[in-house]
Design a protein around this ligand. Structure first.
Ligand code: C2O
Ligand code: CU
Length: 600
């Protein structure tokens, strides 16, 4: 009886859905009564992260509410590019898999065109909402770029001591400061700047005590396993201190100049701890690279770009469950685990401006977001001259109009403001043909410039010959699967288990590893400990060229579904366990991580 009733209800629902579909398809030609009761609808179909919105263009009448029908097996959002003065999108709705939602905010919009995207998959999912009619309404307010760009304090000593503490951070030009968890009282934390080859010991003192145990990883660097920021061992206990040693050498040689990133790495809490503010930058200068005469000193500026969501009174929203197991069981379990904020910050500020001189600037751009990739571009169509990846300079500079960076990826670029006194230039993140302005450069001072970008940069350090022929190890990224009552991402069919090492490699060997994305979503795969050469790339088995911006040393690769990358590295100096993982922190926390062990 019960099941018959359910079937009847289901049939009724399907019939209603069919009427709705007809009305939407027929538009003006349909029967008026039906069309009037069916709200205009944005449809999302299966694998929208690959194929985009099913409804890319929708026209509504002023005052109408829009319905979103998500027919996909994963969460998506419909989020306007235009924002209010606080950086909040004019409309934004997050729709779980196979659910329907309404965007009431569209009823407030003034007539006009509003581009929208899915915040979780902005590279493929963009659309346009057109509001027809007359009268007023919200149009979004222009950004004022009121805050001057914050450049985090620089620490140069050999033994920095950095408290991990709560602090009130100025994120917005107006209203209260934002309470965050910080390294050293600022967000991002202080930039540590050291010569390569100079041993550096960094001591972190936990004064938060509310975050549980912590772990700090220096991303991109080569150091002992005990100093690696292991997710579940060698932890920083509440109220205690822990020191990490960074020799900034590889096989007794000073490493190339680099732009690293230190951040929390605690198991199942990395996403929360980074979101709350535990991130900072680390620059390594190699004196032999001075001969390039690249812009330096005040013309060398690190920019950490990351997104967060805030309450109206400027406090961080906390999308993380109290019990981390709920991340792998509830409606946000993989593949619906994606933490993306609606407001993009540069060096911890919303929409800052930077007064620059008529000079070349070396901008070291880091994507320190939890999940989102940014496709960077400059406002007037000019190019970036990219010097390196963060792990090293390239052999030759690469000129690019767009630079797509996934979480933890860096781009070391030069932008030339020479001869442009009075100009305004914007750093933007684009999706389709729309974009979000992240910060403003105001060219306010005339100076002379003796810096340059030479045609040839770094000759990469020589690599010992392969000790294992062919591919020594393959790492496959798999779609999520249920294990018990939880759902996890997996590598080679296994979710992360801190007690398991998936592979053993001999110290001083040189190996090629192959990484393949066999899932339906893009991932950013990171390998700890060594710096790697990118040997080859393929897509569904057919070779594709290695891009010019993957010709330096690297530690993270973008892998679209079906992509394979082959990388080569030498396991020098240190023994013990190290990690490989996706650097989308939700994925990393939800199983997409594994360990390998270096032995004698
Ligand atoms: Cu930047 Cu294992 O991380
Ligand atoms: Cu991932």
């Amino acid at each position: 009886m019960f099941s018959r009733l359910t079937r009847l209800l289901l049939a009724a629902v399907l019939a209603l859905a069919a009427i709705g579909y007809t009305a939407v398809r027929l538009g003006g030609a349909g029967p008026r009564a039906v069309a009037a009761t069916t709200p205009p609808t944005i449809k999302i179909g299966h694998n929208a992260q690959l194929f985009g919105f099913t409804t890319r263009k929708l026209t509504i009448k002023k005052g109408q509410v829009v319905r979103v029908v998500n027919g996909d097996t994963m969460r998506h959002t419909v989020t306007s590019f235009r924002t209010n003065s606080h950086g909040d999108p004019l409309f934004n709705v997050s729709i779980p898999a196979r659910a329907t939602a309404r965007i009431r905010a569209t009823a407030e919009l003034a007539p006009g065109k509003y581009r929208f995207r899915c915040l979780l998959h902005p590279q493929r999912m963009v659309g346009t909402l057109t509001v027809k009619g007359s009268g007023g309404g919200t149009t979004g307010s222009g950004q004022t770029f009121a805050l001057p760009l914050r450049i985090p304090k620089v620490i140069t000593g050999s033994h920095p001591v950095i408290p991990v503490e709560r602090a009130a951070v100025q994120v917005f030009a107006h209203g209260p400061r934002t309470m965050m968890w910080t390294y050293g009282g600022s967000f991002p934390g202080p930039t540590i700047r050291r010569p390569s080859g100079a041993f550096t010991k960094v001591t972190f003192q936990d004064k938060l005590t509310v975050a549980g145990k912590l772990s700090v990883h220096l991303h991109g660097d080569h150091h002992a396993s005990a100093s690696d920021g292991q997710p579940d061992s060698n932890l920083l206990a509440p109220g205690h201190s822990r020191s990490y040693g960074y020799p900034l050498k590889d096989n007794n040689k000073a490493i190339p100049g680099a732009f690293f990133y230190y951040h929390d790495h605690r198991m199942m809490r990395t996403g929360r701890n980074n979101w709350m503010g535990l991130q900072g930058m680390f620059v390594v200068d190699n004196p032999s690279e001075r001969k390039y005469d690249l812009p330096g000193g005040r013309y060398d500026v690190p920019l950490a770009v990351t997104d967060r969501s805030f309450t109206k009174d400027n406090q961080l929203l906390d999308p993380f469950p109290k019990d981390p197991m709920q991340s792998v069981t509830g409606t946000h379990a993989p593949p619906n685990d994606a933490t993306v904020g609606t407001t993009v910050l540069v060096n911890g500020e919303y929409s800052p401006h930077f007064d620059v001189a008529t000079h070349r600037y070396r901008l070291r751009i880091l994507n320190s977001s939890n999940f989102q990739a940014y496709d960077f571009e400059l406002s007037d169509g000019r190019s970036f001259t990219q010097l390196g990846s963060g792990d090293s300079l390239f052999p030759k500079p690469v000129v690019r109009k767009h630079i797509l960076l996934g979480p933890s990826e860096r781009a070391d670029v030069v932008v030339n403001f020479g001869g442009e006194l009075g100009k305004r230039v914007y750093l933007k993140s684009s999706a389709g043909s729309a974009s979000v302005k992240l910060m403003q450069f105001r060219v306010t001072r005339r100076v002379s410039d003796s810096s340059r970008v030479p045609a040839n940069l770094l000759t990469l350090p020589a690599q010992p010959p392969l000790t294992t022929p062919g591919i020594a190890k393959t790492w496959d990224i798999n779609d999520p699967a249920k294990i018990g009552n939880a759902t996890y991402w997996r590598i080679n069919g296994k979710a992360y288990d801190p007690t398991v090492s998936q592979f053993t490699v001999k110290r001083d060997s040189t190996q090629r590893w192959s990484i393949t994305n066999r899932s339906m979503m893009t991932h950013y795969f990171h390998i700890h400990e060594e710096q790697w050469r990118t040997i080859s790339r393929s897509h569904n088995g057919s070779a594709v060229p290695v891009p010019a911006w993957e010709r330096g040393l690297q530690d993270t690769w973008q892998l679209n579904p079906g992509d394979t990358v082959v990388v080569e590295g030498t396991f020098s100096d240190y023994l013990g366990r190290f990690m490989v993982h996706c650097h989308m922190l939700d994925h990393e926390d939800d199983g997409l991580m594994a360990q390998f062990t270096v032995v004698k």
